[in-house]
Design a protein around this ligand. Sequence first.
Ligand SMILES: Nc1ncnc2c1ncn2[C@@H]1O[C@H](COP(=O)(O)OP(=O)(O)OP(=O)(O)O)[C@@H](O)[C@H]1O
Length: 276
Amino acid sequence: MDNCKVIAITNQKGGVGKTTTTVNLGVGLQLFHNQKVLLIDADPQSSLTVALGHKNPDAIDVTLSTVMDAVIEDRPIEERTGILHHDEGVDLLPSNIELSGMETGLFNLMSREYVLRNYIDTVRKDYDYILIDCMPSLGMMTINALAAADSVIIPSQPSFLSAKGLNLLLHSISKVKRSINPKLTIDGILLTMVDSRTNNAREIIESLRNTVGQNIKVFDSEIPHSVRAAECALTGESIFSHDKKGKVAAAYEMLTKEVTALERKAHNRSGHDWVR
Ligand SMILES: Nc1ncnc2c1ncn2[C@@H]1O[C@H](COP(=O)(O)OP(=O)(O)OP(=O)(O)O)[C@@H](O)[C@H]1O
């Protein structure tokens, strides 16, 4: 057994802060908790790859689709194939447009849900955390991410957290849990781009915490809306480099504490079970 935790950062809605959360949670886990982190870009749009400074993903030869292809073809994967190192101490498995062809090809395979998981099994011994930045859909790549993950973090803007959207996502998660990955859990919903200047922002959040929060953890950390966060993707760095004293950096640092605390709880619980 290794100690690696694989987290899928997912929401079928686009533009809710999945990529920004993947970058800043990942770099924050390295920076504040000294964790070894791999970030996987599971979206052919490649926003994570771009956000970590690779302005032209299509020029990258070896990507997630290369290693998934090797799994499908049953070819051996050499250590660190395709993995790039970022200056801020995290590793990245990039993606580019080739991943969209891969997603279509998966449909004809027998064990199509397990391709990413089989790849991750070959690298998880090297990391404490693997974060998967999912694409904004509930298609086969996202199913692969959920099949490979130990848990899920759902970023959402408070005003976009519709009951319908959330139910759809929870339905997919529970389907994957039932049929292919019984250990899958939900770490929580992360409220992003919170704009405290709008009059009713607090009311919406309080009402969410009282309703959705009854069934699913809503992280205490709330990521504020800030132009400094949006700038990061353009400069290829995390908020901790770009604006380390700002409110977004503080919020993501707090999220790293909540996420690592979840691990300690799970650890204590399993120790307890073992004692019993
Ligand atoms: N806290 C924030 N404040 C202001 N802008 C933000 C914040 N977080 C993210 N953004 C910006 O909002 C946009 C969407 O964010 P991001 O790319 O992280 O979302 P996403 O869910 O990954 O999108 P997609 O579904 O397209 O992959 C980006 O332009 C990003 O820079």
